[in-house]
Design a protein around this ligand. Sequence first.
Ligand code: PNS
Length: 166
Amino acid sequence: MSPASPIVAIYPGSFDPMTKGHEDIAHRTLSVADRLVVAVAHDATHRKQNLFTVEERVAVINEIFGDDERVEALAFEGLLVDFARGLGSHLVVRGLRAISDFEYEMQMAQMNQELWPEIETIFFVPEVEYSFLSSSLVRQVASLGGDVSRFVSPPVLARLRKKLGG
Ligand code: PNS
């Protein structure tokens, strides 16, 4: 890679839905990368039932970052390394909120490294006020009628209200 090549980072995840913690990681990534592709996993290997479809998750992320042409959300299926290779990117970013994230993140980073040695994973630490925040808690609190307006951006809030009522 020549020194002038733009750095394209991939931020993969389920983003069901994107939280302000995710947004914080995306902004931090843009301090070191020229472009950011938010890669929305179709269903994260069939482990979980998503609240939003992949199309809804992609659309809301593109709305959140609508003013910033460096950011684009895309859906992906299959192996992350294949998606990265297809985009010509060697850089995956993930957020680390707490020690409890560490084991899972290390496993994924090392598996990706085994699958494609040219991939690098870098981790960003979110603002402390987001260290407890997760999409699953947002879904749970919102579905029980709690106020999640501090934890998600207005486009996400509007879609949560539409989907869950309230
Ligand atoms: O937000 P999540 O659910 O923790 O994100 C997990 C995700 C989507 C990043 C991970 O499941 C993934 O990369 N899935 C793609 C399948 C893959 O490449 N698996 C092998 C490496 S772990």
